[in-house]
Write a new protein. Structure first.
Length: 240
């Protein structure tokens, strides 16, 4: 479990990006909703050890293992898969070559091992038939699935996903839902999203981040009540 407590972060001459955020992430899918500028991407970068908070703590606890993430970021990175909103890949490189490179970075040492890891990840993300395709020829949904395959290299136990369904059609979103649900039994997944449907479909818990504060944390209400819950905390037209 990842345990974050009282995270504060302010940018110079700007608003407070995180204002006392506390969050527990265990196995399963946790949805994170909020308007643009609410602090969602900042929170994911902090949890991914890419950005340090001004104050607060982050700890990893699983079984007999526990450590301070901010003091030992490399230990968390060994357990982490992270998909940012924007990720740069060489457009002329093939899907297979791209993924094999990341498998090598995650510990696949031999050519045979890299190939085996790559095949398993492409099968899991339904991209085996695109192995030889250039990355630049992929649709938006295929590119997101490749990003997920990269994030899954190394079998992470913590997965941080920053709006992986943005701009995708319903079919591609369903493919990502199915993939995440299949991982949720043993993996702690934080899914940042703008889509209330993402939360309805696959998130047994969700939070609403607004103006850097976690203003709601709990199970989603049924049906249209989720919309009411969201707008009770984030009035229409409001922004951070």
């Amino acid at each position: 479990m990842l345990v974050a407590r009282a995270l504060h972060l302010a940018y110079p001459n700007g608003p407070r990006a995180l204002d006392g955020v506390s969050l527990d992430l265990g196995a399963g899918i946790y949805g994170l909703l909020g308007p643009n500028g609410a602090g969602k991407s900042t929170l994911l970068r902090v949890l991914a050890t890419l950005q340090r908070p001004d104050t607060g703590s982050v700890r990893w606890q699983r079984g007999d293992e526990a450590f301070d993430v901010l003091a030992e970021p490399a230990r968390l990175r060994a357990r982490l898969g992270y998909l940012p909103q924007d990720f740069g890949l060489y457009p002329t490189l093939s899907v297979g070559a791209t993924l094999e490179h990341f498998c090598a970075l995650e510990g696949a040492r031999t050519r045979a091992e890299r190939r085996a890891w790559c095949d398993a990840l492409l099968a899991r993300t339904n991209l085996l038939d695109r192995r030889r395709a250039a990355v630049g020829t992929l649709s938006g949904g295929m590119r997101q699935r490749l990003g997920l395959a990269i994030a899954l290299a190394g079998a992470p136990t913590l997965l941080l996903l920053d709006e992986p369904t943005a701009g995708l059609d319903p079919g591609e979103r369903r493919r990502i839902y199915d993939l995440l649900v299949g991982l949720a039994g043993e993996t702690a997944i934080l899914l940042s999203t703008h889509h209330l449907d993402d939360v309805r479909a696959i998130c047994p818990r969700f939070g609403i981040l607004h103006r850097g504060r976690l203003v709601h944390d709990g199970p989603p209400p049924a049906g249209a009540a989720l919309t009411d819950c969201y707008f009770a905390h984030v009035p229409p037209g409001d922004s951070a």
